[in-house]
Design a binder for this molecule. Structure first.
Ligand SMILES: [Zn+2]
Length: 181
């Protein structure tokens, strides 16, 4: 679930290191989903990446993440990221899905609708087929960019427990709606 880790910090901006906040959000999501009865597997629970080679480290990390997910027997994967852009006015949460199967889009829509009801800055879902990893994952799921750490409002919000609680509850409810609607 939590993207990046170890040598791969992901995005860094104003007090937030992506890999660290990804892990915080993923652990909070882990707990919230667990309370609703889901069995959740974290792809990492500390500050490390999953690469098994120093050669092409990123590719190896993504390959191993895909492998963990494919071998997990999971019904769904959620990849947690934080966005960053040189233009600091960009803000908001955005879901990315691969159209390799029909379910990915439906999961993205269910989570989007739930987020939209609770949070003001939700960008339109994006069909994104370029990520190496998502072509190789056989389990349906989505990538969530939880906000732009390069934007002062998002950056501030993401550091607040109350905001993250709202974000996480919306994701959890979206996942439940996907299964029960
Ligand atoms: Zn990222």
């Amino acid at each position: 679930m939590p993207a990046h880790g170890g040598k791969d910090s992901g995005a860094v901006s104003n007090k937030i290191i992506e890999k660290d906040l990804n892990l915080t959000i993923a652990k909070e999501l882990y707990n919230a989903l667990g309370k609703r009865g889901a069995i959740v597997l974290l792809t990492r629970d500390g500050d490390y990446d999953l690469s098994s080679s120093n050669y092409s480290r990123k590719r190896s990390d993504l390959y191993n993440r895909a492998k963990v997910i494919n071998e997990s027997n999971a019904n769904m994967f959620i990849s947690i990221h934080l966005n960053s852009d040189l233009n600091s006015s960009y803000r908001g949460i955005q879901l990315f899905y691969n159209s390799i199967n029909k379910e990915n889009k439906l999961i993205a829509e269910a989570i989007y609708n739930s987020l939209k009801n609770n949070i003001s800055n939700v960008r339109d879902n994006k069909n994104y087929n370029d990520y190496y990893m998502y072509k190789n994952i056989k389990v349906p799921g989505v990538l969530i960019e939880c906000g732009f750490i390069s934007n002062p409002y998002d950056n501030y919000n993401l550091r607040q427990d109350s905001y993250r609680k709202k974000l996480i509850n919306s994701i959890v409810n979206g996942i439940i709606n996907y299964y029960y609607n």
